[in-house]
Design a protein around this ligand. Structure first.
Ligand SMILES: Cc1ncc(C[n+]2csc(CCOP(=O)(O)OP(=O)(O)O)c2C)c(N)n1
Ligand SMILES: [Mg+2]
Length: 558
């Protein structure tokens, strides 16, 4: 059967279990999606088209229903306006290592080199793999390769450029079979070496990264931590990989995390790049510690710190192998030294005391921590999804929000790009429609979202946007980063000047504006009720600019 490339791609996507595709027009594959019955989620800009698909890959990663690949399309070709705008979304997906498939029009043969913007070289800087479909017969080959990249090894975006979507080929010549994706198990000698060190350490610490979630290895992480009786911290992106009510859980951010990072003599890193960023912890005095680095590939080994032992392989298989080795060495008894859980509790109680206090605060304007505390009371933490924004909401929520299931909270952002929370919430609703879904934002994040709010109404996506409305970019307020940000780039019109609940209410959202702490819980309940019938909600909480304490731990200091 002779078919055109666009139809061939869409049929392969269906074989690969892709249920919908996010887009911003136009891409020449889109009509084939429509004809073949694959729903399109049309966003209102190209960056969001990428971000929703990106977030869908992240949120479904390692879930019980199985990892699913988010797919998006946007404008490319010679007039690559869409692609230029989508670039921001791709850069973020690449930086965060998200396996999203981006399909775009390629520059047709004979037209290359005519524009200033060089599509191929630009795309290569933000993708694990960039494929250019130079012959229609290669459609199955390139799609096979794309899904191999998406489902195997270190996760990252794949971009396919289709220069001629109407060219035809024989569909039966090279029939497509779905790609399962492959994993590798670690070298047993490396596992033994790691366990030698682990059992000798006085103060080991497990540093869990998002690779644990991609590998679907949360259970294995818990089992190993319990067997070796070692405290656990997770990165921002791995928040939820370890149950945060577990006695061995130290935290994602906060003084207790700094304390454990400082006092540890051995770091067992699993599924993390260990590349400290603005929003992840470094390892202080790394040269004095033993770093065992378990990762899916060698890219991150010996990257910023000397790796004492690398264990290369899939995180789940690695954790299983480590556990088996410990169990064999200790006749199943594991490592029992000290009352680790009591120490963890003591450190957490001490570090969290100041936050627990303000989570009950009756002050007005409302303390943002009170909103987070009340949100935790309203949500079923085993059946809900919360995500933060760039700004104070990230640092505040990652310090105090208790996440009990993988992806009950999405932490994101090696470089956290404002506006992503709405995309994440949309993706979460698509992935798990039954879960209450909340995006917590400040005014900057909200500004990025505005154009895309219509999508929630059109698609009947029952999501609640919680706005910590504090009239400024709080992190850039007085005292932050020294002089220069305040008063210059700090204040915006706030709740005294603009009533955002009216603005967004006029769109058709259920909206409320809350100034009294006692009203937080009832307002959240009303919003979530409305969400259940597919209507989005926005709540403006009139808040103070409350400081964020502590820092992400750097490389040299505590
Ligand atoms: C795309 C992008 N540009 C710039 C930044 C830098 N940035 C981080 S937070 C922030 C302001 C956040 O202010 P707001 O949304 O009001 O949150 P608050 O900290 O007040 O809660 C800015 C400009 C960013 N993260 N992403
Ligand atoms: Mg603000």
């Amino acid at each position: 059967m002779t078919i055109d490339v666009a139809t061939g791609i869409v049929r392969i996507l269906k074989q690969e279990g892709v249920g919908w595709v996010s887009t911003f027009p136009v891409c020449r594959v889109n009509n084939a999606l429509g004809r073949e019955g694959v729903p399109m989620l049309m966003m209102r800009d190209d960056r969001y088209a990428v971000a929703v698909a990106d977030a869908f890959s992240r949120i479904t990663a390692g879930s019980q229903g199985g990892s699913r690949i988010g797919v998006c399309t946007f404008q490319g070709g010679v007039n690559a306006a869409g692609m230029q705008y989508a670039y921001a979304g791709m850069a973020q997906a690449y930086e965060d290592g998200s396996p999203v498939l981006c399909i775009t029009d390629g520059v047709p043969a004979g037209s290359s080199g005519n524009s200033q913007y060089d599509v191929a070289s630009a795309m290569k800087t933000v993708s694990k793999w960039f494929g250019y479909l130079d012959k229609p017969e290669r459609t199955p080959e390139l799609m096979r390769r794309a899904f191999t990249m998406l489902r195997s090894g270190r996760p990252g975006p794949v971009i396919l450029a289709i220069p001629n979507a109407t060219a035809t080929y024989d569909e039966t010549a090279d029939p497509y079979r779905p790609v399962k994706g492959w994993k590798s198990a670690p070298d047993p000698a490396d596992v033994r070496a790691a366990v030698d060190q682990l059992l000798e350490a006085r103060n080991p610490l497990i540093y869990a990264g998002e690779g644990v979630i991609y590998a679907g290895a949360a259970e294995e992480l818990k089992a190993l931590a319990e067997l070796v009786n070692v405290p656990v911290i997770t990165t921002l992106k791995a928040k939820g990989a370890f149950p945060e009510n577990h006695p061995l859980f130290v935290g994602v951010r906060g003084d207790q995390v700094a304390h454990y990072l400082n006092q540890s003599d051995l770091i067992l890193a699993v599924g993390s790049s260990l590349s400290p960023n603005r929003f992840s912890h470094g390892i202080p005095d790394a040269a004095k510690k033993t770093i065992i680095h378990c990762n899916v590939d060698e890219l991150h080994i010996n990257k910023m710190y000397p790796t004492a032992h690398a264990v290369i392989g899939d995180a789940r298989l690695t954790l299983q192998a480590l556990r088996q080795e410990v169990s064999d060495r200790t006749s199943g008894a594991g490592r029992t030294a000290g009352d680790v859980a009591a120490e963890v509790k003591g450190a957490r109680d001490q570090a969290l005391a100041r936050y627990r206090q303000v989570m009950n605060s009756d002050e007005t304007p409302i303390n943002p921590y009170r909103v987070y505390g009340d949100l935790m009371q309203v949500l079923d933490l085993r059946n809900s999804f919360v995500t933060h924004e760039s700004g104070n909401t990230r640092d505040q929520l990652s310090t105090v929000f208790d996440t009990l299931i993988p992806r009950g909270f999405l932490g994101w952002g090696n470089v956290s790009t404002l506006g992503f929370s709405l995309a994440a919430a949309i993706a979460a609703k698509k992935a798990f429609p039954g879960r209450a879904t909340v995006a917590v934002t400040g005014e900057a994040g909200l500004g990025y979202m505005f154009g895309n709010l219509e999508v929630l109404l059109r698609e009947k996506l029952g999501i609640t946007v919680v706005h910590i409305s504090n009239g400024g970019f709080a992190g850039y307020g007085p005292g932050f980063w020294g002089p220069g940000h305040d008063p210059f780039t700090h204040r915006v019109l706030g709740p005294d000047e603009v009533d955002m609940s009216k603005v967004i209410g006029a769109l058709g959202f259920h909206t409320e504006r809350v100034s009294e702490p006692a009203e937080i819980i009832p307002a959240l309940r009303r919003a979530l009720d409305v969400n259940a019938s597919g209507r989005p909600a926005y709540i403006e909480f009139v808040c103070c600019q409350y400081p964020v304490y502590g820092q992400w731990v750097g490389r040299g200091e505590g």
